[in-house]
Design a protein around this ligand. Structure first.
Ligand SMILES: C[S@@+](CC[C@H](N)C(=O)[O-])C[C@H]1O[C@@H](n2cnc3c(N)ncnc32)[C@H](O)[C@@H]1O
Length: 230
């Protein structure tokens, strides 16, 4: 097999912003969930009707994403491929939340990355006018969206990450910046002699409390608020 030419690889990297925005839009329109729930192909017109999108731009978007493996198109019929299925809300390893969160919280700030290199100031602080987590947490919906996406990384991307990990000795494990506590759950759920702390900013803590209740870990995990800024 011949390696791709360096110029081809670089072109793919340079166009990454287009792909990530296209992935965001198709997730936001919920097209992967619709195809998943249909259990088979749907037409572009059906998907446009159900999602509220215009037919022509949706066809172009789906063709673009077919070229990177999310769908196959047979005329007007659209089939969901395993890569695209990771964006279905119903997938066990769903990355829907992460796809939406990244584009709605991180994408715009990245346009100021050069500023960071010139000044040392985080691009997000410059772009948003305040530190990133102040901005995330001033809006409860955004804060929840962020925590949900972190949890989806743990349940999807990081599945099995701790399977062969042996915690060092010690009774108490603190997750600093632990978000909704999903990582801590993975670490201690099967170790009844261990206790935990989730330490995070105040707006994030309700999500951590809810995770611990759902997992029956209230008695073993302390939820602690940080008063500092990021
Ligand atoms: C990238 S997330 C990581 C979440 C989690 N540890 C995980 O790996 O899924 C960073 C977390 O740090 C928290 N955080 C940011 N600034 C903080 C601060 N000053 N004190 C405590 N937590 C903070 C955020 O609220 C967020 O939940």
């Amino acid at each position: 097999m011949t390696s791709p030419r360096p110029t081809d690889v670089m072109m793919q990297m340079m166009g990454g912003f287009q792909v990530s925005q296209a992935v965001y839009v198709v997730a936001k329109l919920d097209v992967p969930t619709m195809l998943d729930e249909a259990g088979g192909p749907l037409t572009v017109s059906e998907l446009a009707h159900e999602s509220g999108a215009q037919i022509q731009p949706l066809r172009r978007l789906l063709r673009t994403l077919a070229s990177v493996g999310l769908f196959t198109l047979d005329g007007d019929r659209v089939t969901l491929e395993p890569i695209g299925a990771t964006l279905s809300r119903n997938a066990g390893d769903s990355l829907y939340g992460a796809a939406v969160m990244w584009m709605e919280t991180h994408y715009a700030s990245f346009s100021d990355l050069l500023h960071t290199l010139r000044t040392g100031e985080p691009a997000a602080t410059h772009h948003l006018g305040k530190p990133f987590f102040d901005w995330v947490n001033e809006n409860p919906d955004r804060s929840q969206q962020f925590s949900d996406a972190m949890a989806s990384f743990t349940s999807g991307l990081r599945t099995g990450m701790f399977d062969h990990y042996q915690l060092p000795d010690g009774e108490l494990i603190a997750d600093i910046g632990g978000a909704d506590g999903s990582v801590l759950v993975e670490l201690i759920k099967n170790l009844p002699d261990r206790r935990g702390i989730v330490f995070d900013l105040p707006p994030v803590l309700p999500a951590a409390r809810s995770t611990m209740s759902d997992q029956g870990l209230n008695g073993r995990v302390q939820i602690t608020r940080s008063t500092s800024h990021c």
